[in-house]
Ligand binder design. Structure first.
Ligand code: NDP
Length: 255
């Protein structure tokens, strides 16, 4: 196989949660450009439609599902719909997320905690479980979970966020062990600081200067800079890589 073919995703069907904006949109477009059929999951209809038309322009089969992934009973029908329209899912990117900047456990409410854990952790488990069933039958699959720098560090500022992101890495490793015999690789990407709607508030805080000072690259990342890692982990190029977390952070975590 030639080295370019190693990254060719033709014949794959990818689901990207939160694929209508920020990091998820860039990954959805990147996987489509590599040849995959793509389904994006998101709550906002206008954002879904805008990204869907970008995907269709690339020329791959694509669909957008209006779904709140914290509504557990809606997950299985959504997966079924993708499989009926696009075929068996071979790539799942668990990307959708929210942030709760509560300032610490003394301030954070039970509702905030539960809401964050539901989207950032429980949905990762539930969707992976649903999709893994057909991946096991097909004896191939790629699950890519989006972690964070807070997968490695604690945060007094966003305790539920760092808890969920830490757990996502452990879940990645556990699923990787369980699913490896079925030729399913489960990996994670840990982005540093990326310019998206989620981080818009941070970009105007004093924390912005600290981030730039600490990041050896001296700047924030652009969502499209995550595409390389995502295509690698979705492709044959990573068939012997599993349980791994790839940092894409301009060096933030090395000091
Ligand atoms: P955005 O806020 O730009 O995008 C979040 C996405 O998640 C949107 O597409 C949103 O869709 C979707 N989403 C949120 N909640 C739900 C839900 N309940 N059901 C369905 N979709 C949902 O954030 P980012 O692109 O920055 O974040 C993407 C991922 O990357 C998150 O997991 C985040 O934690 C992680 N991350 C981000 C970093 C950064 O610096 N930006 C750094 C490290 C990790 P909709 O608007 O339609 O609800």
């Amino acid at each position: 196989m030639t080295s370019t073919k190693l990254f060719d995703l033709t014949g794959n069907v990818a689901v990207i949660t939160g694929g209508n904006g920020g990091i998820g949109r860039s990954i959805a477009i990147g996987l489509a450009q590599a040849g995959a059929s793509v389904a994006i999951f998101g709550r906002n209809d206008a954002k879904n439609k805008a990204t869907l038309s970008e995907l269709k322009e690339i020329g791959v089969p694509a669909m957008a599902l209006k779904i709140d992934i914290t509504k557990r009973t809606e997950l299985a029908p959504a997966i079924k719909k993708v499989e009926q329209e696009l075929g068996s899912i071979s790539i799942l990117v668990n990307n959708a997320g929210i942030a709760v900047l509560s300032g610490g456990i003394l301030n954070e409410t039970e509702e905030e905690w539960d809401g964050l854990i539901e989207v950032q952790l429980n949905a990762v488990f539930l969707l992976s479980k649903l999709v893994a069933k057909s991946m096991v039958e097909n004896k191939r699959g790629k699950i890519i979970n989006i972690g964070s720098m807070y997968s490695f560090f604690g945060s007094s500022f966003a305790p539920s966020y760092s808890t969920a992101k830490g757990a996502v890495i452990q879940l990645t490793k556990s699923m990787a062990i369980e699913l490896a015999p079925y030729n399913i690789q489960v990996n994670a990407i840990a982005p540093g600081w990326f310019v998206t709607d989620m981080t818009a508030a941070v970009q105007t805080m004093p924390l912005n200067d600290e981030i730039i000072m600490r990041t050896p690259a001296g700047r924030w990342g652009k969502p499209e800079e995550l595409v390389g890692a995502a295509v690698f982990l979705a492709s044959k190029a990573s068939d012997f890589v599993t349980g791994e977390t790839i940092r894409v952070d301009g060096g933030y975590a090395i000091r």
